[in-house]
Design a protein around this ligand. Structure first.
Ligand code: JFZ
Length: 406
């Protein structure tokens, strides 16, 4: 067996840049987000009854994976179990799961695994390892189920050894290679318990990546999960990182939330994140029938259309070497190439770039198949040992919300 170095192990993910987050579970039936059980203090016995009618017959793995692909996403992270404790996969560890407790009986994780393999997308699982509102022995903290279960009778090992670890084992043994495990909200879990979980994952699938939320102790896992919609400042993070983001304001399906981000805003955020060296994990919340909302799908397709033209400047690109934000847009780089992502709202005739180490050979609009060279002027400052580049820009492009100059 060859041991992959940490750097090699995370390379696919760092190059991927853009993934699809999917929050899907029983809560979709109530249409007000994935925290509904907690917010309404729904008793476990009542919540369990949602499973009796959960029958998402319109779920189609091919359509979902196809949408991720059309959006230009390279990996999918789906909630195998969220805080409600309901397993959206076949599980021997606990009957509160989609194949045993619902009329649907199918295992969507299996169907997605097969379809992802078919379409070349990396499948990854979200698993809520600490918060579990269904289990009487989950860690005691204020985000767990304090309405059904009293603290005094809690016995954490019953949950940890009887449910969390066995289910993580199932996820890593039932579906072939898993790209990464996305843990969440680890408050109350000891460092030793988090380490034990990391060891378990490593022993079953050494190449499976783990996000930092496996523990609330800093520095654990293979990369840093930022807060919701959070984009760090330049130089803030030395580790690989990812921003989880929603298209509206909810993770789980919501009929109330209709505040949607525009495709242009999403493209700019993606580029901005990549220019700082991060990944964007963008969420959809399918409904209880198994459909991804139309308003989400439309937006994702527009992002994908932009990426199909300008993807070269995103996938596999590294962070901007300039340690500050540009008022005109963002910068990404590849060996011997700089990409200038220009927003089109205040289009200038000329763009100036200071502080280049090398003289630039040629500049062109990335969407121009003939690569017609743009007019440039360069000067060298011997004192600062850097080049200044001025590019004469073409007319403002009609459709693109960001135009890339290579
Ligand atoms: C958590 C979950 O509680 C939520 O339901 C969703 O799954 C989201 C992706 O993750 O919520 C968080 C956790 C951490 C932060 C924000 C929301 N944070 O660190 O800013």
């Amino acid at each position: 067996m060859t041991v992959t170095s940490d750097e090699d192990k995370i390379k696919w993910w760092k190059d991927a840049k853009f993934g699809m987050f999917i929050h899907w579970g029983l809560y979709a039936a109530l249409g007000r987000g994935e925290w509904v059980m907690y917010e309404l203090n729904i008793p476990v016995r009542d919540y369990e009854r949602l499973a009796e009618t959960f029958n998402p017959v319109r779920f189609n793995a091919k359509t979902w994976v196809g949408l991720a692909k059309a959006a230009g996403m390279k990996y999918i992270v789906i909630t195998a179990k969220h805080h409600d404790g309901f397993a959206m996969f076949r599980s021997q560890a606990e009957p509160f799961n989609i194949t045993d407790a619902t009329p649907f009986r199918r295992d969507p994780m299996r169907e997605l695994t097969e379809e992802c393999r078919e379409q070349g997308i990396v499948l990854c699982f979200y698993y809520s390892h600490v918060i579990d509102w269904h289990h009487p022995h989950a860690v005691h903290n204020k985000y767990n189920n304090v309405w059904d279960y009293d603290t005094d009778s809690k016995h954490f090992p019953t949950y940890w050894n009887g449910l969390a670890k066995p289910q993580i084992r199932e996820l890593l043994t039932q579906y072939g290679p898993v790209g990464l495990l996305w843990f969440d909200t680890a408050g109350g879990l000891s460092k030793e318990d988090s380490e034990e979980l990391v060891e378990l994952v490593r022993s079953l699938q050494p190449d499976c990546l783990i996000n930092s939320r496996v523990s609330h102790y800093p520095g654990m896992g293979d990369y840093q999960s930022k807060g919701d919609n959070e984009i760090p400042m330049y130089g803030e993070d030395s580790r690989a990182w990812e921003t989880p983001m929603t298209l509206n304001q909810s993770w789980g399906f919501s009929t109330k939330d209709q505040i949607w981000k525009q495709p242009e805003a999403i493209i700019r955020k993606l580029v901005h994140i990549v220019s700082k060296g991060g990944n964007l994990l963008l969420n959809v919340g399918p409904d209880a029938g198994g459909l991804i909302p139309q308003l989400s799908a439309e937006r994702l397709r527009e992002v994908g259309a932009w990426l199909s033209v300008y993807g070269e400047a995103v996938y596999g690109a590294a962070a901007s070497p300039f340690p500050y934000e540009m008022e005109w847009g963002s910068v990404t780089v590849k060996p011997s190439r700089v990409y200038l992502h220009l927003t089109s709202d205040d289009w200038q005739r000329e763009l100036r770039l200071y502080g280049l180490k090398n003289k630039v050979k040629q500049a062109y609009v990335l969407s121009d198949p003939s690569r017609t060279p743009l007019e440039t002027a360069q000067s060298y400052d011997a004192g600062l040992d850097h080049h200044t580049l001025a590019i004469r820009l073409p007319d403002k492009p009609a459709n693109d919300c960001m135009t890339v100059i290579a």
